[in-house]
Ligand binder design. Structure first.
Ligand SMILES: *Cc1c(COP(=O)(O)O)cnc(C)c1O
Length: 422
């Protein structure tokens, strides 16, 4: 790891002690030290500014350091930064639960809070398996999809893409996951369902856009078929909208756009506008009622220590207010047009295999091992982190939804310059 004279003292002292995410430390370039961030821009220690094409892993939907969110969090900090959720209640979590259910719409009536998306998916699975137990059925199989990504914890790893995903070494971790291809080829869904038989507990999918597994798109028709299959077999349908939620594809949630309603909805990432960690598992009253009864065994036995943290809930409330304050479907439609234009320019480059845009997401497939490094993009003023999968490299951008046209131009130019001379 090479450190330069311009690096801040904290970075030089701390770098030998930090274990970075998804990082081969032996060969990786040093991380870029960030001093502050505003709008769509990261300000680096050496004075450079980068337009963030990743919105900090899809979270910073309103841009960085948004004054309204900061104000709400600051006020909450003075009143009640944290209190445990076991046996105690507080205003931000209760207000947010009601507003979040209203934001998602029918049939969602309940929210279970967690601090990360992976755990929120685990909670959804736990609810689905116990839902059947509470109905006196021992169902264990989870139908999930190739190209999927649902998190890094043990149960969620088994549900990611089994061949190409980053968790293939942990393919089987005790969860009964059965993978089907997506988009569904003729007969593939039916033959997979026949194999599972009456053991199907739930179907888990990222609706319309599979994110970290390769930025792959599928149609609403696929989701309609999954809804029908779940209904016919008495299984629950779970949509993981951790990435697609909060207007990333235009509508508030992808399931609104698709016109297909799941039984459980998992949210995270942009929930707090990129300010604090918070995720949630939303369910219908039908699912919730299966947990009522005389014994504590019928109840959901789960409760993260920092569940429903008041600061995080205050940030989420402020973020929901921002989503409500302007027409985000229109905003994302405009952003999609600009991304289409960028995509069109890129599609003429010889090394590019395919380009796709949906809402505020642009993805470009390249041959495996050929995507430029983050540093190459940074040299042109943008922060981009390509996905390196087995069958392709994917360069993608999911910028803040509030990105200014001038910053979008920087992003477009950086993509063009870097991919033209890889
Ligand atoms: C990011 C993501 C997760 C995991 O969320 P974490 O907060 O990183 O644990 C799960 N599912 C999808 C679709 C995601 O994009």
């Amino acid at each position: 790891m090479s450190l330069t004279k311009a690096d801040p003292e904290w970075f030089v002292r701390g770098a030998p002690h930090v274990w970075r995410p998804y990082c081969q430390h032996q060969s990786a370039a040093p991380a870029l030290p960030v001093i502050t961030a505003r709008g769509s821009r990261l300000v680096l220690a050496d004075g450079r500014e980068l337009v963030d094409g990743t919105a900090s892993w899809w979270t910073a939907a309103h841009g960085y350091n948004h004054a309204h969110i900061a104000e709400r969090v600051r006020k909450q900090l003075e009143v009640l930064p944290h209190v445990a959720f076991g046996g105690l209640a507080h205003e931000p979590a209760y207000t947010l639960a009601a507003l979040l259910c209203a934001f998602a719409g029918a049939p969602f009536e309940r929210v279970f809070y967690t601090e990360s998306g992976s755990v929120a998916v685990e909670v959804a699975l736990k609810i689905a398996l116990q839902f059947h137990q509470n109905h006196g059925r021992a169902r264990k199989s989870i139908l999930c999809f190739e190209g999927g990504y649902h998190g890094d914890t043990f149960a969620t790893m088994s549900l990611c893409d089994p061949v190409d995903g980053m968790h293939r070494a942990f393919e089987s971790t005790g969860v009964k996951a059965v993978h089907a291809p997506l988009p569904l080829e003729d007969g593939a869904l039916e033959s997979t369902l026949d194999k599972i038989g009456d053991d199907l507990a739930c179907i888990l999918v990222e609706p319309l856009l599979q994110g970290a597994g390769g930025m792959r798109l599928h149609s609403a028709d696929v989701l309609k078929r999954l809804r029908k299959a779940a209904d016919e077999r008495g299984a629950l349908l779970i949509f993981d909208e951790i990435a697609t939620g909060f207007h990333r594809l235009g509508s508030a949630f992808a399931f609104h756009e698709a016109g297909v309603t799941p039984d459980l909805l998992v949210v995270g990432k942009a929930l707090t506008g990129g300010t604090l960690p918070l995720a949630g598992t939303l369910t219908s009253e039908k699912v919730f009622e299966a947990f009522l009864g005389e014994s504590s065994e019928r109840a959901l036995q789960h409760g993260p220590t920092y569940m429903g943290n008041p600061l995080a809930c205050a940030a989420a409330l402020a973020s929901l207010e921002l989503f409500g304050a302007s027409n985000h479907s229109e905003r994302v439609a405009k952003l999609a047009q600009s991304l289409h234009r960028i995509g069109q320019t890129l599609s003429s480059l010889p090394n590019i295999q395919s380009v796709r845009v949906h809402g505020a997401m642009l993805a470009i497939d390249l041959a495996p091992g050929t995507a430029p490094s983050s540093n190459a993009f940074a040299a042109h003023g943008a922060f981009i982190r390509p996905l390196r999968l087995g069958r392709s490299d994917v360069v993608y951008t999911v910028p803040p939804l509030t990105i200014e046209p001038a910053d979008l131009d920087v992003l477009g130019a950086a993509l063009l310059q870097t991919l033209r001379h890889p």
